[in-house]
Design a protein. Structure first.
Length: 246
């Protein structure tokens, strides 16, 4: 599997606070890698360093073999890395279609082309019948779909999803799981931050675990659920026992 994203020894400090310390891992082409860990582990900080929201204090980020460390977010997005946010940022007064078109304008100045690009993505994400609904009128699951669809409109090679299943019911979570698998089948790579282990374990090719800013484990899902350090730091004995039953 060809390597798409590689981060090497990333450290991010805010004054005396060390949010990430010496974190390294990679994401291959057409792979789903999930980043898990307790609250405050540094997952979103790492996302921000990768996506260009602020530069790491130390370390390097490589994308398709190119050093992108410290590049601004808009340049990184144009190169093919797009992220979503924990708190959905739907444009309330714009329709679903217009929300998605804003992503498409990254690569085209043509409204007609942006509309065409958006239509295909709306169909893929199950939003085509709501294309004329304003963003502020949507349910939480549809707002999350719009967030993913708008990110997809930027034509990413790597899609980074930050807690895209939070606040959803079991049926909605299953819908998002299926969408993630569908995107992978379309040739996309995904890096996902998520707390809902029952959802993330079945769809992930590999899991990376952070705790207190440091990487404490990396491996296949079945390896992670049996890792004693991960169980102590995050999963807990209850999840371990339930996963063995299933």
């Amino acid at each position: 599997m060809a390597e798409l994203l590689k981060i090497e020894h990333i450290t991010k400090k805010f004054g005396n606070l060390v949010a990430n310390e010496d974190v390294s891992f990679s994401v291959g082409e057409n792979e789903i890698v999930s980043l898990i860990g307790p609250n405050g582990a540094g997952k979103t900080t790492l996302f921000n360093s990768i996506a260009g929201y602020y530069p790491p204090t130390e370390g390097k980020v490589y994308f398709q073999g190119q050093d992108i460390t410290g590049k601004p977010a808009y340049d990184i997005c144009k190169m093919g890395i797009t992220r979503t946010f924990q708190v959905v940022k739907t444009l309330k007064e714009m329709t679903v279609e217009e929300n998605v078109m804003t992503g498409a304008f990254l690569h085209t100045g043509s409204r007609r082309q942006a509309k065409k690009d958006a239509e295909g993505i709306l169909e893929m994400t199950g939003l085509l019948d709501k294309r004329n609904v304003k963003g502020g009128s949507l349910t939480i699951i549809d707002k999350k779909r719009v967030e993913i669809a708008r990110a997809m409109a930027t034509r990413p090679k790597l899609l980074m999803l930050d807690e895209c299943m939070a606040g959803l019911n079991q049926t909605e979570i299953k819908d998002v799981m299926n969408l993630c698998v569908k995107l992978k089948e379309e040739g996309l790579s995904l890096l996902i931050v998520e707390h809902i282990m029952e959802a993330i374990m079945p769809i992930s090719d590999r899991i990376v675990v952070l705790n207190a800013g440091k990487k404490i484990a990396e491996g296949l899902p079945e390896e992670i659920v049996n890792n004693e350090e991960v169980i102590r730091a995050y999963l807990g004995d209850r999840y371990n026992a339930e996963s063995k039953k299933s």
